[in-house]
Design a protein around this ligand. Structure first.
Ligand SMILES: NC(=O)c1ccc[n+]([C@@H]2O[C@H](COP(=O)([O-])OP(=O)(O)OC[C@H]3O[C@@H](n4cnc5c(N)ncnc54)[C@H](O)[C@@H]3O)[C@@H](O)[C@H]2O)c1
Length: 400
């Protein structure tokens, strides 16, 4: 068992999720190839950093993330900061020979994502982008069925990611509403997750036709530096700042395989909290997944016969991907935390040389290329080709 020292940058929502995963990996995946050691956490200020260290179980803390990258004792840099710092930190970490896991979206722009991917190609260290929803066992099971041919040829992919935490115009102007920090709105923040699922389950997206909507143009300035994920603090009287990113997006998709599809995302849908749905139709059957029922994959197979065909529920458990490591009974309850635990374990398998990990920076870059095509399409109103990354050469084509 190899010990690796983790340097975590960012002690917010994702800092919590990743720290939980580092503690939990050996509890679930045992014997563990890698034993993560929570070495140092970096935050904006010394106070925030030492608080994060105490809370998340890190031995040391610092207000300067560069000291983590320069520290020879640190093996893995975990980037859990807002999007504007991903490129600078990841490039520095890769240059220092560190393994890197970076939260999604990989970067604010295609240019930043390209630079990160370029650097990753020069490094022998492991890189990963944290699109964790594909680690939900029910979605990994859907992938298994597709790879086995149980759905036949994929004809159609439909997905939604609907939330409501920003539906209140009085919820504060967090970094997620500022283009200079976030890069984009619903597209980079949440559509990227379902675009990752689209590529994972149905293959490359080659062309898009998109609409975006920008509904809430200003929001109250935050009263502290800590993002509160948009929860309203009640008042609308204080000073406001400009929201310069889109609230909603819908896009039609064409896939390389000939399949077609649609994706949509909004953070303004009252009553929808983390409403990720995926429905796939193939020539031999269909699957449906709803994150509100994370243990369940709805399946319907043509071979079921005319008198019994219909959607039925497979409850994920020990017989399904990663299930043996999780809980001993199907439907006991898969949570967000489990997706992060599986993600960290898969990262460790790659660091241990057992098997490469995806999604990596190349996948994050390809998703950034789709994001960019969607935003351009929404601007022009035209079908727009998605440039394709050739992972062998590192070059990007003009689309296929
Ligand atoms: N995979 C997912 O499901 C998921 C969910 C939420 C957020 N994210 C992504 O994770 C990243 C972080 O989001 P979050 O929700 O944790 O944000 P957050 O605002 O809750 O936390 C970010 C933390 O980073 C700190 N920080 C910012 N710049 C820093 C710097 N230069 N040095 C040290 N610390 C710094 C902030 O003080 C804050 O505590 C974003 O890229 C976001 O898109 C992913």
């Amino acid at each position: 068992m190899k010990r690796i020292n983790v340097g975590l940058i960012g002690g917010g929502f994702m800092g919590k999720a990743h720290s939980l995963a580092y503690s939990a990996v050996p509890m679930f995946f045992w014997p563990s190839e890698i034993m993560p050691v929570k070495h140092t956490v970096a935050e904006f200020t010394d106070e925030l950093a030492s608080e994060a260290a105490a809370r998340f179980g890190f031995a040391n803390s610092t207000s300067d993330w560069k000291t983590l990258v320069e520290d020879p004792e640190i093996d893995l840099i975990d980037i859990a900061t807002p999007n504007n710092s991903h490129a600078e930190i990841a490039i520095a970490a890769l240059r220092a020979g560190k393994h890197v896991i970076c939260e999604k979206p990989l970067a604010r722009t295609v240019e930043e994502a390209a630079a990160m991917y370029e650097e990753s190609r020069k490094s022998t260290a492991v890189n990963m982008v944290a699109f964790n929803y594909r680690r939900t066992p029910a979605l990994a099971l859907a992938k298994r069925y597709i790879d086995e041919g149980a759905l036949g040829d994929i004809l159609n992919f439909r997905a939604t990611y609907l939330q409501d935490w920003s539906a209140d115009p009085n919820s504060p102007l967090s970094w997620r509403f500022q283009k200079k920090i976030a890069g984009s709105g619903a597209v980079g923040d949440i559509l990227t997750h379902v675009l990752d699922l689209a590529r994972y389950l149905a293959g490359e997206v080659t062309e898009v036709s998109a609409l975006t909507n920008h509904i809430i143009k200003e929001r109250p300035l935050q009263q502290s530096g800590v993002d509160s994920l948009g929860n309203s603090k009640g008042g609308s009287e204080g000073p406001k700042g400009e929201v310069d990113v889109e609230d909603e997006v819908m896009s039609l998709l064409k896939f390389e395989s000939g399949a077609i599809g649609s994706v949509e995302a909004t953070r303004n849908a009252w009553g929808r909290n983390n409403f990720i749905t995926v429905e796939i139709h193939g020539s031999e059957g269909s699957i449906y997944f709803n994150y509100e029922n994370r243990d369940e994959l709805q399946v319907c197979f043509k071979s079921d016969g005319d008198d019994r065909r219909g959607f039925r529920t497979v409850y994920t458990g020990p017989n399904h991907p990663n299930g043996a490591a999780l809980w001993p009974i199907p439907a006991l309850g898969i949570g967000y935390g489990e997706t992060k635990i599986i993600e960290a374990h898969d990262l460790f398998l790659a660091i241990a040389g057992v098997e490469p990990v995806r999604p990596d920076f190349g996948d994050g870059y390809q998703v950034a290329l789709i994001d960019d095509a969607i935003l351009r399409s929404a601007g022009t109103g035209l079908w727009t080709k998605v440039p394709q990354l050739n992972r062998d050469t590192g070059a990007v084509t003009d689309g296929v």
